[in-house]
Design a protein around this ligand. Sequence first.
Ligand code: FES
Length: 574
Amino acid sequence: MADKPARSQKNFGKLDRDGFIHRSWIKGTGLPDHVFDGRPVIGICNTWSELVTCQFHLRDLAEYVKRGVWEAGGVPIEFPAMSLPETQMRPTAMLFRNLLAMEVEESIRANPIDGVVLLGGCDKTTPGQLMGAASVDLPTMVVSSGPMLNGKFQGRDIGSGTDVWRFSEAVRAGEMTLADFMGAEAGMSRSHGTCNTMGTASTMASLIEALGVSLPNNAALPGVDARRKTLAHMTGNRIVELVKQDVRLSQILTREAFENAILMHAAIGGSTNAVVHLLALAGRVGVELSLEDFDRLGRETPLLVNLMPSGRYLMEDFCYAGGCPAVMRELSGVFRREALTVSGFTQGQIADAAEVWNRDVIGSIEAPIGPSSGVWVLRGNLCPDGAILKPSAATPDLLTHRGRAVVFENIEDYKARIDDPDLDVDATSILVLKGCGPKGYPGMPEVGNMALPRKLLQAGVRDMVRISDARMSGTAYGTVILHVSPEAEAGGPLALVRSGDEIAFDGPGRSLELLVSDAELASRRQTWEAARAPSTFTRGWYKLYIDTVLQADRGADLDFLVGKSSADVTRESH
Ligand code: FES
């Protein structure tokens, strides 16, 4: 930076009509003359909103980033980006992850910003913001929302999402009253912050640390902890240095950084959603990453973190036990220690400075919490481009299973029939749900952990093999095969499955086979194609998304967003 003018000087450094316009209309916010002298301008990209507790406090947190930026000699300028409240958006927040990524990319590119701090936390905001920033490739850091405090209900800890699924199944099975169910609502989310389980938000915040794009402890410090404000302040300090040293995101997001993220993902028993997000992010920065990398690297580490849904504790406990740096310390034998982070330290240096404070929460390689818990990547004639399963959230006895399909053509069909007492289903059946992939729903919602038939729940059944082209919540559990690619709507073999077909699932062998002859499948395909109706989504974002979205094995990014745009825009607006 010392020997090259700041990017923002293209707007603010000109002593002509253009410079007048750029400066005058921002001086109206109260900025004095001297801040336009070439010092780093730091964009604070804020997904604050009141629509969900996860990002409710980000306006406040942004003030601490600003303090740090001012202190280090930069100029902080906050701007908004689409908030993606996971629990509110219809049909699913995932439909809008790529829209957020486009908004962030173009907001950074179009504006006089030298570096950027991304403030987000709810599931899709973290990957959406980082994908957009990666395509511009300026110096970038992340400050996550931080998790909620532990949920409390009837004298015990309850976890976001995970206990919703548990309680709702208990109500359906007649084991919990509706009054108790409703009573758990307020106790589950009792502070601002993201879900307090190792769901998608906490997983992505942990992977942010493993990727090296935040300061240490970004993932686990609770949203209400004063130390998160300190972390925001220190991030403000540090981003100014990164701009001065011109350390761009692409220097951090290397192949080694992604390998560290996958190792961390396995060690924490992370959300299956991280697979699509990391694949999409790798596509933005041009790092070769495949589904098989998750399966292969995941085997290098056992489950080290005892958090719901794979274990019993919550993010607050994880924080007090040492958080991600402590996990990295345990992973030292396999972690890519030389990987650089935005802190200026390598991952190895961060790990060496960490301690584990509670062995119930963070295990060791010698005494892990559980066996390897990375995702399994399945192949077979039912999923030629792959499908995934989280073994740590599954029932061990079901990890090899052969059963008869009970097929639901779409989510409406599922909801209409799942509790029908006459549904032809038993505990050995395999539930198959179609039409829930990126194009089909659209947006690939978290419905893959579909609830079991009421009559089986009442008979004591608590898990069955379920297969779909959907995702599932990172807080969910069960023997759930997800992300079947290609999806049914794109003409994948999933579209051809019929009730009564036999399906063979061999988890350890990584295979998923539909036991129907090729000739029969070819005949079914002709019938399926003849019955296709034109899409009802003919305008706006939905149409652009459906027309261009890639399948889950490629991260469900839009095909024309893969790669970088660069930070250079040469034309003026006037
Ligand atoms: Fe926002 Fe879970 S709903 S993190």
